[in-house]
Design a protein. Structure first.
Length: 191
């Protein structure tokens, strides 16, 4: 029996009945999940995955980014980006290219087909936003945007002040050996 992700209806029921006063982080996560689900269903009608959408959105704002820059902007690890870009190249959305002068860096460029997707897909995201905001007063949306931006700013400041960084999946796997927790190597802590 396959495990199905929760429906938006079940997420709503969970918040209204089970945990109406749960932490804000959980509410934001579930709101994000509902928004992503709504967009995924619309993108699926055009045979585009949500992962590809994430990279396309960034590239539509300006391509000729390195794979590393694209990973950073998307907030995903480089192996994830590599796999997605490989599939996107196969679908004809992008091409990867090295330029003279720096043969180590691989740049990502949109193809004409990748650029054309913008006119078909952006309206889908706009539709999701319209549906999500239906019946919500513009002032409440402005307040929500302000609150969410303040949350992001506070967490970015905390990360900077505490000098924290996200370890790679490989580093995390090495942390727990033989049931004991280990610290990150000094080099990794300083990155």
């Amino acid at each position: 029996m396959s495990h199905q992700p929760p429906t938006t209806q079940s997420i709503l029921r969970h918040w209204r009945e089970a945990v109406p006063d749960d932490r804000l982080a959980h509410l934001v996560k579930d709101a994000t999940r509902a928004l992503v689900r709504a967009l995924q269903m619309r993108l699926a009608e055009h045979a585009v995955s949500f992962g590809h959408w994430t990279f396309l959105r960034i590239l539509w704002e300006g391509d000729r980014l390195t794979q590393r820059e694209l990973s950073e902007r998307a907030g995903v690890m480089e192996p994830t980006t590599f796999a997605a870009l490989k599939a996107m190249a196969r679908l004809g959305y992008i091409r990867r290219r090295k330029f003279t002068g720096d043969r180590k860096k691989i740049y990502v460029l949109l193809t004409a087909k990748g650029r054309r997707l913008r006119t078909r897909l952006v309206p889908l995201a706009e539709d999701v936003n319209r549906v999500a905001a239906r019946g919500v007063k513009p002032a409440a949306i402005a307040t929500t945007r302000g609150v969410l931006l303040a949350i992001i700013e506070n967490l970015a400041r905390d990360e900077r002040v505490a000098d924290m960084r996200m370890p790679s999946t490989r580093e995390l796997a090495r942390l727990k050996v033989g049931g004991r927790q280990r610290r990150l190597p000094k080099r990794a802590r300083q990155l």
